[in-house]
Write a protein that binds this ligand. Structure first.
Ligand code: ATP
Ligand code: MG
Length: 421
């Protein structure tokens, strides 16, 4: 039953917000997420997902999965790879700088996967041999390892992180183009559902196509420089752009603006770059053999969480969009410990839970109202509901959205409809 884990009493939850921002973190997302107890840092670029962070991550993954299931099936590939798989494409040496590589006790070279083109191409050889097997697509949501140099952007750049990676296989470019457009739409839907607007941005594309496409969310913390035309929406990564500023090269009317972007997704036409060396081929109608045309499509799960934190907060703390919030309601019981008040608050909690609303119930004894309010602002759950002696006296609760100044008094029975609306 999902319901049983969907609501929680704060007194029993593995959670303790921090009084101060961590001193060794420069990134806003890391500061907020560590202080709010969503994550714990083990080392630079490596984080534990504490219960709150874990719940956000689960929601982000659920949205991604929902959209990806319309594009292909899900599976799971291993993180530990033998050298031979990577030697086939020359990337064992080519990716030495980012790939964790070591020897096992038998002296064999193995590595932790920073990406999975080689592995998927090997797997696909078992599935694809004829034009009748094409097109095909498959995705996974899996842990990647990258030896990123000095990661200092919190969840935006991890050394261990979760990626959704989708791979598609085609007999011809027409089929590839058609599928690629579907993925673009699905990506926009994913980001929109979690409160993010991502600009489809042209970026360097490799051999097969002039451009790949990055999905860039505008944010101060963005490590990428993007040229954007706000009039027509055209965007290009400044790293590769010939134009630097001036009139938009697409619509000819808007002006190109320089913005900072966080790359939350990247889609890439690979052509036969991986299929050829691995021997992933198919026979066409006439029995002729061709390498399979491939594309890959990535989304960074933790990077998305970090991006939401960067773009959804105020000076008091986080402000989660409802679709990815760890809970929908933060119920605070404040004031003197009193049986009547406790019973009333417990009932408000039980009723919301029964109606399927996810509640974090701050039932901690001996914690001041001020501390509970500050924690609620820091954690950033969309709705705050307060039960106090004052509200109890009128058999009501006080409710407000995170970010609003004024609370309303409503009856407990009106609450569920209000927060579900
Ligand atoms: P960047 O240019 O930011 O280093 P990348 O181009 O190397 O990223 P891809 O290989 O395209 O990244 O990976 C697909 C997606 O995975 C990226 O769009 C991003 O959302 C995510 N991602 C990549 N590297 C990291 C990382 N170190 N930590 C968290 N997410 C990452
Ligand atoms: Mg990329």
């Amino acid at each position: 039953m999902v319901k049983e884990r969907s609501s929680m009493r704060q007194s029993t939850l593995f959670l303790k917000t921090q009084r101060e921002f961590p001193k060794d973190e420069a990134a806003v997302n890391a500061k907020l997420l560590i202080r709010g107890n969503f994550i714990h840092k083990l080392m630079a670029g490596v984080y534990t997902m504490l219960p709150l962070g874990f719940r956000v991550r689960e929601k982000v993954i659920a949205i991604i999965r929902d959209e990806m299931d319309m594009l292909g099936a899900e599976m799971l590939m291993p993180a530990l790879h033998p050298r031979a798989t990577w030697d086939a494409t020359g990337r064992w040496e080519g990716m030495q700088k980012v790939m964790y590589q070591f020897k096992d006790h038998g002296g064999r070279d193995v590595g932790l996967g920073p990406t999975h083109e080689e592995v998927i191409a090997e797997v696909a050889k078992q599935i694809i041999s004829s034009y009748q097997d094409l097109p095909k697509a498959i995705y996974q949501i899996q842990t990647k390892f990258r030896d990123e140099e000095r990661p200092k952007s919190g969840l935006l750049r991890g050394r261990e992180f979760t990626m959704k990676d989708l791979y598609s296989f085609h007999a011809d470019t027409a089929s590839l183009e058609q599928y690629y457009e579907r993925v673009k739409d699905a990506y926009h839907a994913v980001f929109k559902r979690m409160g993010l607007m991502a600009h489809l941005t042209e970026a360097s594309g490799g051999d097969f196509s002039k451009y790949s496409h990055e999905f860039m969310v505008e944010a101060d913390a963005g490590e990428d420089k993007v040229l954007l035309c706000r009039l027509c929406g055209f965007a290009r990564n400044a790293e590769i752009a010939e134009e630097k500023k001036g009139k938009c090269t697409k619509c000819g009317e808007g002006m190109l603006e320089n913005i900072n972007g966080i790359e939350v997704g990247n889609i890439f036409k690979l052509g036969t770059r991986f299929s050829e060396p691995v021997g992933l081929v198919f026979k066409d109608k006439d029995g002729e053999t061709h390498p399979v045309i491939m594309a890959s499509y990535g989304i960074g799960v933790e990077r998305l969480i970090g991006t939401i934190a960067e773009t959804h907060h105020d000076d008091k703390g986080l402000m989660w969009p409802e679709a990815v919030a760890p809970f929908m309601v933060h119920l605070l019981r404040v004031g003197a410990e009193d049986d009547g008040l406790t019973k009333f608050a417990d009932k408000v909690y039980d009723d919301l839970v029964k109606k399927g609303i996810e509640v974090l119930y701050d039932d901690r004894p001996g914690v001041s109202a001020g501390e509970k309010f500050a924690d609620a602002d820091l954690i950033g759950i969309p709705w705050r509901v307060v039960v106090s002696e004052r509200t109890h006296a009128s058999e009501k609760v006080e409710v407000k959205r995170r970010g609003e100044n004024d609370a309303k008094l409503v009856t407990p029975s009106a609450l569920a409809a209000l927060v579900n609306a």
